[in-house]
Ligand binder design. Structure first.
Ligand code: ZN
Length: 236
């Protein structure tokens, strides 16, 4: 194998590795997952807002219900006292006055409960609507996370074998050429060499100047010049 063919083989191996690497970060499932997580974060924020509006109303309703219960018990006690009473007329009157007062308070407290219930309903609906909307998203997120993990793991396996295939190819280069190749690769990524196609470096897409292009064409076999723009080793 000529030096040029060896550099080309390493370049192709590296371009393949680069493609698989970029597949790993450009999975459609990953894109969907990122968008979905964004949407779910928005829903979580809505949920917190809705729940914080719900909390005080619920608290007030619990208080009103406890107050109604207390008044109902008091009215029941007064009724019982009146029924079994051996009290005198003055005491009876006082009991009647208190019972009427308790009943009035109870009616007011029950009205308050009703008002709060009415207020609570749309707030509860809002909370359950948001939860309902988030449910399929949460399930889908789980699926996507699993899919991304699996796909990335299989791409990682592929990368391991691609790198294993690349190693013996790189051994074919002379040490000096290999250093040149690896340092260009480390500097610009993807590959340390590129092909000149129609006067253009296909690594950085830049057209060579007429002078550089003439120089490139005049090179003896297995001698190499670097792309003046990206520094990759240029191949015919
Ligand atoms: Zn270039």
């Amino acid at each position: 194998m000529s030096e040029t063919d060896a550099v080309r083989a390493v370049m192709e191996a590296d371009r393949w590795i680069d493609r698989v690497n970029s597949q790993k970060t450009h999975l459609p499932e990953l894109r969907e997952l990122v968008a979905l997580e964004d949407e779910l974060r928005g829903l979580l924020l809505d949920l917190k807002t809705a729940e914080s509006a719900l909390g005080p109303v619920k608290g007030a309703l619990d208080e009103a219900a406890a107050e109604s219960e207390r008044l109902r018990r008091r009215a029941g006690d007064l009724d019982a006292t009146l029924g079994a009473s051996t009290a005198n007329a003055k005491e009876l009157t006082a009991l009647h006055v208190e019972l009427a007062h308790v009943r009035e308070l109870l009616a007011r407290s029950e009205d308050r409960e009703l008002e709060l219930l009415v207020e609570l309903e749309p707030l509860e609906e809002r909370v359950s609507e948001i939860k309902h909307r988030a449910q399929p998203g949460v399930a889908r997120r789980g699926e996507l996370r699993d899919a991304v993990t699996q796909l990335q793991a299989s791409l990682d396996d592929e990368l391991v074998s691609l790198r294993a295939n690349r190693a013996p190819l790189a051994e074919l280069l002379t040490p000096a050429l290999r250093r040149r190749y690896e340092s260009a690769l480390a500097r610009v990524g993807t590959s340390g060499a590129a092909v000149v196609l129609e006067g253009r470096c296909d690594g950085c897409r830049l057209a060579l100047s007429p002078l550089d292009f003439d120089r490139f064409k005049a090179q003896p076999p297995d001698t190499f010049m670097d792309c003046p723009e990206c520094g990759r080793i240029l191949l015919p």
